[in-house]
Design a protein around this ligand. Structure first.
Ligand code: HEC
Length: 182
């Protein structure tokens, strides 16, 4: 018997034993790895927010509340008032020059959906400690970014009902490249 065949046989016998031992755990004929996933486990990862606001959490935020969050948790990278620093300006009036695909795209001149702001900030920011913000901090940061970009009034309250209603300036300029595939 070649060394390879001998090794394969040993492996098959070893895994066979593992399968056999596993049959009592209720998971059927499978290796005894991992735990059963719970609803709470899924909820922690189920954070995608759709353009219509599906999955937005309860609570609300304001520009005034956001001033503090931005100063304490964002300005170190995004600059004072999030107007640009070491990293991208979250607040800027720079237009998107027509036809220049490589132009600097910003939240105000490019992003299609206001709800993406909530999804992205909660999921990815602060860059060095993502998923550490409370929903309250995210709501306030979102309200700040929209108001400072003059997309909503500084007094407006952002919540699961009002945020999806904010129309981003570039929303209608996206095309569906392959409509027949939808
Ligand atoms: C340690 C640095 C750092 C901190 C702190 C930080 N960010 Fe960022 N942020 C980044 C980087 C880097 C990017 C670009 C990521 C990329 O392009 O993939 C970014 C991108 C973003 C964008 C997308 C901008 C765009 O035009 O595409 C948003 C929105 C944003 N950050 C919000 C925030 C908010 C709100 C906070 C505070 C709660 C925050 N960030 C804190 C580094 C940081």
């Amino acid at each position: 018997m070649s060394t390879f065949k001998a090794l394969s046989l040993t492996f098959a016998l070893a895994t066979g034993a593992a399968f056999a031992a596993d049959e009592t755990n209720g998971l059927g004929n499978r290796p005894n790895l991992g735990d059963k996933i719970t609803e709470a486990d899924i909820k922690a990862w189920d954070i995608t927010i759709l353009p219509d606001g599906t999955n937005l959490p309860a609570g609300s935020g304001t520009y005034a509340g956001g001033v503090k969050v931005i100063a304490e948790k964002c300005a170190v990278c995004h600059g004072e008032g999030a107007k640009g620093g070491k990293n991208a300006a979250l607040v800027t009036d720079a237009p998107l020059p027509p036809g220049q695909i490589e132009a600097n795209k910003t939240i105000k001149n490019f992003w299609a959906n206001s709800t993406t702001l909530f999804d992205y900030v909660r999921r990815a920011m602060p860059w060095n400690t993502p998923r550490t913000l409370t929903d309250q901090e995210v709501w306030d940061a979102v309200a700040y970014i929209l108001a400072a970009n003059k997309l909503i009034d500084e007094k407006a309250v952002m919540d699961a009902k009002t945020l999806p209603q904010v129309k981003m300036p570039n929303r209608d300029n996206f095309i569906i490249r392959f409509p027949e595939r939808i």
